[in-house]
Design a protein around this ligand. Structure first.
Ligand code: ADP
Length: 466
């Protein structure tokens, strides 16, 4: 079930942790798309009246993962986006749905429900944040970690919900689940987890400032000693240009020339001029304010003036969708867009473009630039959050030392970066060096998994109390 980077992490991190000697069982809601993909399954726990209906815990395997599925049809048997109805509005019972997920997580952690009793409980984002509240006061519980993938998504619900949640008495407090009079799901996790991580070292620093803390900066400064930045990786099997069946011509760092066939295929697929010499920029993104794609609109003239082309793959806010559709209609052969979400196309775009543009206003980690590095698409990124931590700017020093992997620019100031990219593109040897550096950067989960494993081992996992 994927709406963005969290799914990539949940799918790949457990596999990487296995190599570190960490066994992982992942608790997920029983969405229809999950229930339909289970390879082996057995019911290990039942509850009759669980947040308004019957619920089962199903121990299962799928996609190489050891799963515990919360099969509660009254909460999760809904097609489409996990958080919203077809009309785009949030499900009105989201507060109850993810309280239920968190309550079950706490039951597993503290009571061994379903036959699993973990040493460490690792919760992701607001959807699982209330787990820490349910564990409040437990006589025996594992060490706890909360990872914030994006502080913008907080899960704040009216206090009127409290009677339905069955939280431990007293946990609706300032240093607990209370947040400005609301029940704060992410807040509960931030306040009460033994350790907090976020998905890049730079974002870990940024969120302690009022400008980027989204109301949590004070709490995060208070908890700075427990806060760690650990970068995301990508699944380097799924994202492997040498074996990728979704692209026209597999290639690797020693056979960069084969990339040209992918560029030609992309230009044909999108109706762009068949011009191998044109610098093709790409975007693969949610179209939202966070991603700063409104900065790209006034820069389109620069793209064209530089002789470039642009491919946009994305969906999201209606005004951005409309604006990019209109730009493509105005400049056929030079600008093209596909409005929608398409995994296969994402691979083809990464393999065929020359440079990916990521102009985010803020970016906790960002994954598209990691995929781009692996596919030799040079990332042109705003210097913020994880973008700043994963791309080595090809400034004069980096060019002299042959270490650059992309370009960074101050958020909002995209146009000069496009000119810099074009200047580098005009030097094929220099560009090829950037590509080789990019493709050799380690964007896998290996280093991050080792950091998570070390963090887990540093927690007191023996009967820790809140
Ligand atoms: P976020 O989680 O904020 O959306 P990330 O860069 O961390 O941003 O992760 C986004 C993930 O979703 C990446 O794997 C990216 O390739 C993918 N993605 C985003 N938009 C699309 C799209 N329209 N089609 C296919 N994949 C997409």
């Amino acid at each position: 079930m994927k709406t963005g980077g969290l799914a990539d992490v949940a799918g790949a991190l457990p596999l990487a942790l296995a190599a570190e000697g960490v066994e992982t069982t992942t608790l997920v809601p029983g969405y229809p798309s999950v229930m339909g993909r289970l390879e082996t399954a057995s019911v290990v726990h039942r509850e009759a009246g669980f947040f308004g209906g019957a619920a089962r815990l199903v121990r299962a395997t799928a996609a190489g993962l050891d799963l515990m599925v919360l099969d509660a049809p009254h909460l999760f048997n809904r097609a489409g986006n996990p958080y919203s109805a077809a009309d785009g509005g949030d499900w009105p019972d989201n507060g109850v749905r993810f309280a239920a997920l968190s309550r079950m997580a706490a039951g597993i952690a503290a009571e061994g429900l379903g036959g699993v009793r973990p040493d460490v409980l690792h919760a992701h984002d607001w959807q699982a944040g209330l787990t820490m509240a349910y564990l409040d006061g437990a006589t025996r519980r594992p060490g706890t970690v909360l990872t914030v993938h994006n502080l913008a998504f907080q899960g704040n619900f009216p206090a009127g919900l409290l009677p339905d949640l069955g939280l431990p008495a007293g946990v609706f407090r300032l240093d607990g689940a209370e947040f400005h009079g609301m029940v704060g799901y992410l807040k509960a996790g931030l306040a009460m987890a033994d350790a907090i991580t976020t998905v890049s070292p730079t974002y870990a620093v940024e969120i302690q400032t009022p400008e980027s803390g989204m109301g949590f900066d004070g709490l995060l400064r208070y908890r700075a000693g427990a806060l760690h930045g650990i970068l995301n990786g990508i699944d380097d099997e799924v994202w492997n240009p040498a074996t990728d069946k979704l692209i026209a011509a597999p290639f690797d760092v020693r056979h960069l020339g084969r990339r040209a066939a992918n560029k030609a295929a992309l230009q044909a697929r999108f109706g762009l001029e068949a011009n191998p010499g044109a610098l093709v920029f790409g975007v693969i993104s949610r179209l939202s304010w966070q991603k700063g794609l409104d900065f790209l609109l006034p820069a389109l003239d620069t793209v064209l003036a530089l002789g470039g082309q642009l491919v946009i793959l994305g969906s999201g806010e209606a005004d951005l969708e409309t604006a990019f559709r209109a730009a493509a209609a105005r400049h056929p052969g030079r600008i093209a867009c596909f409005i929608g979400y398409d995994e296969g196309l994402a691979h083809q775009v990464q393999a065929g473009i020359d440079a990916i543009v990521v102009p985010s206003r803020f970016e906790p980690c960002g994954l598209t630039q990691l995929c781009a590095l692996r596919y030799g698409a040079i990332p042109i990124v705003a210097r913020t959050g994880g973008l700043a931590d994963t791309v080595i700017d090809a400034n004069e020093a980096a060019l002299a030392a042959h270490t650059g992997t992309g370009l960074q620019f101050p958020p909002g100031q995209l146009v000069p970066a496009l000119h810099r990219a074009a200047a580098l593109w005009a030097q094929p040897e220099v560009w090829a060096r950037l590509q080789r550096n990019a493709m050799q950067a380690d964007v896998s989960w290996r280093r991050p998994a080792a950091q998570y494993a070390a963090l887990y081992r540093g927690l007191n996992t023996d009967g820790r109390r809140g």
